[in-house]
Design a protein around this ligand. Structure first.
Ligand code: NI
Length: 346
């Protein structure tokens, strides 16, 4: 893929930003807790940014809170349907371990971990790792893999993660007919509905292969296209140390990191990734949280989220790279058409 490898400039900038803003890994808390404590709590009665931005409203009444022992509550279909589109931390959660203020990624240094092509045999192990550090991620699901693993998908939602549609059989959508594109997405949406009772407004085109027609179909279907800003190439390099190094050192504020939970080497890299990114001061968010204050437009292609506004531009955050070799998207949310072939595995 041509738009996924950060330039040396990016890596240096990220390293500098990380050194300046680095926070220690807080055992048992997770970086978001450390970062979130700097944010003012949301005012009661104020509409959530998601709602102002056009995200569907959560249902009336509180979502189920987690039991006092911290174990995830068995979610009702009502809860799951709400969280599919309004995927965030459970609102009104009673226990301290489950509650946190909404993260504002215009202020916090956010990063969204995404895992594609599951659910798979290692997904449960990954969920355990994420839960141990109270980290939320986003899963782009293959419809054909959901059957038999419905409980895993339900657990992803129950534990606060977001899910998206990654087609039925992972074809390159840009070479399919409109009807075939629609079928790939609809069948998977049907499986997600069957497993959880709800849908999703997020999709990711396999290989990042999208074009104008994919944009039109996804617009009509109500899907935002979520691409990525960091490709760990974990499908090719089945080496946990390499995957962890790339995820940690290539991450930038507002970034979306592409990984695959069908590879054990990737899942085994996750503890190092969590520790490394936390050390760099990142707040872990789901994709909906990353865009919390902004409107995600159906059909539009997103590569990363907002970048925190620096208090002192000269010191706080490295500027976005420009010019050849830099990240291909000049600004967050810029629609970019990608065509052409793609290697297998993503
Ligand atoms: Ni994929």
């Amino acid at each position: 893929m041509r738009f996924v490898v950060p330039s040396e400039t990016v890596r240096k900038g990220a390293a500098i930003a990380g050194a300046v803003l680095g926070l220690g890994w807080l055992s048992g808390l997770g970086a978001h807790t450390a970062a979130s404590t700097r944010l003012p709590p949301p005012a009661l009665g104020r509409p959530a940014p998601h709602l102002a931005a056009g995200w569907p409203a959560p249902p009336a009444g509180p979502l189920r809170s987690r039991p006092a022992d911290g174990s995830p509550a068995a979610p009702t279909t009502h809860d799951l349907a709400a969280r599919l589109r309004y995927t965030s931390w459970p609102r009104g959660a009673a226990t301290a371990s489950a509650a946190r203020p909404e993260v504002d990624c215009r202020k916090a240094k956010c990063i969204a971990l995404t895992f594609d092509d599951g659910p798979g045999p290692y997904t449960t192990k990954l969920l355990g790792m994420l839960a141990a550090h109270h980290v939320k991620a986003t899963f782009f699901l293959i419809g054909g893999s959901i059957r038999g693993r419905e409980a895993v998908v339900r657990r992803e939602l129950a534990e606060g993660h977001a899910i998206g549609d990654h087609t039925w059989s992972h074809p390159q959508l840009s070479v399919l007919s409109d009807g075939a594109i629609r079928s790939q997405l609809t069948r998977t949406l049907g499986e997600i509905r069957r497993a959880t009772g709800g849908g999703t407004a997020l999709m990711r085109p396999p290989y990042g292969a999208t074009n104008r027609r994919v944009a039109v179909v996804t617009r009509h279907m109500g899907f935002a296209q979520i691409l990525w800003s960091v490709d760990t190439n974990d499908w090719r390099d089945r080496n946990s140390a390499i995957v962890a190094h790339r995820a940690v050192s290539w991450a930038r504020p507002g970034g979306i990191i592409l990984m695959h939970d069908i590879h054990p080497t990737t899942v085994n890299a996750v503890p190092k990734i969590l520790a490394g990114l936390a050390r760099r001061g990142f707040t872990f968010v789901t994709v909906p949280e990353l865009f919390g204050g902004r409107s995600l437009k159906p059909g539009q292609t997103y590569f990363d989220g907002p970048v925190p506004r620096p208090k002192n531009p000269r010191k706080d955050v490295a500027p976005r790279p420009k010019g050849p070799g830099a990240s291909p998207h000049a600004a967050a949310g810029t629609p970019v058409s990608t065509t052409g072939g793609a290697p297998p595995g993503r």
